[in-house]
Design a binder for this molecule. Structure first.
Ligand SMILES: Cc1cc2nc3c(=O)[nH]c(=O)nc-3n(C[C@H](O)[C@H](O)[C@H](O)COP(=O)(O)OP(=O)(O)OC[C@H]3O[C@@H](n4cnc5c(N)ncnc54)[C@H](O)[C@@H]3O)c2cc1C
Length: 453
């Protein structure tokens, strides 16, 4: 969330001081809330860890084949480790394709990337060669394979997730066999474009890029109700539109992005992560202030624009850690669902400072995509990483489910196979591909077993 990009830092701190928030805390309370992990692997937020028997960083297909077919037990791949759910951890073998990253081949607007390439690197390199991704999420530290494994998405009614932008891929199966797949291959391809790493390890990915384009981002605040009405009314009039709802402060930050001919780059975005961290700590220790803090934030977010190459505008810098739950409901039900979620957070007086991010995403045909044959509205609920996320996610999840919400595979949820099979119409088709490609279930860790067995 670029939610504090345009905050007037000094004005905010002054207001915070006059609200007495900083003084209400014991000395040192604002300093050390984060515990460091001694695990061999941990994810971005620190809620998932692993100490596998083996970690492999193959440099080529042969070394990867050896790591897969020459090992026993569970095999899992990791990319940027930016997933919140338990999709990565295993006690056996963890594999990273970081050493096989980079551009492998280009043919016109078709770019083939090593699957471990980070999105930020790929989009910067594509830009330097006159191309852009059609759409991107709001950070770009994910690997391409990790991002498509969970249908990672940005915002835009007519734009699909990254899974929907894949034209071809190569998949290495647990026994070391490599499959080259395109749409012509039917279900194996449609399954592999969003697979949670349950079929094997993707080694390269081909995306169809667009001619390079520049974006103008516009950010401003509105009272929450007005923001909801605006986004509902304007959803088809912008290439990208989204908002961040602060239910306790009844405010919102609205963001739109449009392609622009303006050749002038804006100065780099100001980074206010430190200030956000401070606010989160104050809210965590002084929950009664959270509604006021939510009001203050929006009070000091200036109406601003930011113009730059597409890859620069999409990629925000996030250093304040949080945990996240996200469900995608049918696009037309998004606002009603958000209304209920906000009511519940207010009624139950739940201490959560981070806003709810609301985005639209276009439908696709990937078997396990949250947008499979259904355009969606995604509601992302965040909690500061050092705070208990269950107190927020527990009351909210039944509401998201009531609206037939489909959970984001990389984010926290409590669903298992039976519920998922009802929500994802092509779940059984995915399962058939999975059983065929990984008959021994080597790609299944405990989390995936809950989802698929
Ligand atoms: C700060 C932050 C911002 C985020 N913003 C967004 C957003 O805007 N939109 C959104 O949709 N999500 C967002 N996410 C979630 C994130 O995009 C997804 O969880 C994504 O899957 C993470 O990619 P990764 O490379 O870190 O993969 P990891 O988390 O390392 O792995 C994710 C999955 O990919 C599999 N995998 C990795 N590499 C391979 C491979 N080579 N072959 C097969 N499987 C593989 C793993 O086994 C696992 O199942 C955000 C997360 C964070 C922490």
């Amino acid at each position: 969330m670029a939610l504090l990009n345009s905050i007037d830092r000094r004005a905010f701190l002054k207001a915070l001081g006059s609200a007495g928030a900083a003084g209400a805390l014991a000395p040192g309370q604002l300093l050390a809330d984060a515990g460091e992990s001694s695990s061999a692997w941990q994810n971005w937020s620190g809620n998932q860890t692993a100490n596998p028997e083996q970690m492999a960083f193959p440099r080529n297909d042969d070394e990867l084949r050896q790591a897969m077919s020459g090992s026993t037990g569970t095999l899992r791949a990791f990319g940027g480790s930016h997933s919140f759910s338990g999709v990565v951890p295993t006690d056996n073998t963890l594999i990273s394709l970081e050493a096989m990253a980079g551009l492998k081949h280009q043919d016109g607007d078709l770019f083939t990337w090593g699957a471990g390439t980070r999105l930020g690197m790929a989009s910067a390199q594509a830009w330097s060669q006159g191309h852009s991704f059609t759409n991107e999420p709001d950070i770009n530290l994910q690997s391409l394979a990790g991002a498509i494994a969970t249908s990672t998405h940005g915002t835009g009614r007519q734009l699909t997730s990254l899974s929907g932008q894949v034209e071809a891929l190569t998949l290495m199966l647990p026994d070391g066999e490599s499959l080259s797949l395109t749409e012509k291959d039917g279900d194996p391809f449609l399954a592999a474009c969003c697979s949670l790493g349950a079929l094997g390890i993707v080694t390269d990915l081909t995306f169809r890029h667009q001619p390079a384009y520049r974006l103008k981002e516009h950010t401003w605040t509105l009272p929450l109700r007005e923001a909801m009405a605006f986004v509902e009314r304007e959803k088809d009039n912008y290439r990208h539109i989204e908002f961040f709802a602060f239910p306790l402060g009844n405010q919102a930050i609205v963001k739109t992005m449009e392609i622009t001919d303006d050749p002038q780059d804006s100065p780099p975005r100001e980074d206010d992560n430190e200030l956000l961290e401070l606010i989160c700590k104050v809210a965590m220790h002084a929950g009664w202030l959270t509604p006021s803090l939510q009001k203050l934030v929006t009070l000091f977010v200036e109406d601003s624009t930011f113009t730059a190459p597409s890859n620069v505008v999409y990629g925000n810098r996030r250093t304040v850690r949080f945990n996240e739950m996200e469900y995608t409901v049918p696009a037309d039900d998004g606002m009603a669902c958000l209304e209920e979620v906000c009511d519940t957070l207010r009624k139950e007086d739940i201490n959560v400072f981070f806003p709810i991010e609301f985005r639209y995403v276009g439908e696709d045909n990937r078997l396990l995509s949250m947008y499979h044959e259904r355009a969606g509205a995604s509601l992302s609920i965040h909690q500061y990483f050092a705070q208990d996320y269950e107190q927020v996610f527990k009351p909210v999840e039944p509401i998201l489910r009531k609206y037939q919400g489909r959970p984001h595979w990389g984010k926290l949820h409590n669903l298992a196979r039976r519920e998922l099979a009802e929500l994802y119409p092509a779940f059984d088709r995915f399962q058939a591909v999975r059983r065929e490609l990984d008959p021994q279930g080597r790609m299944l860790n405990p989390h995936l077993m809950r989802l698929f067995t």
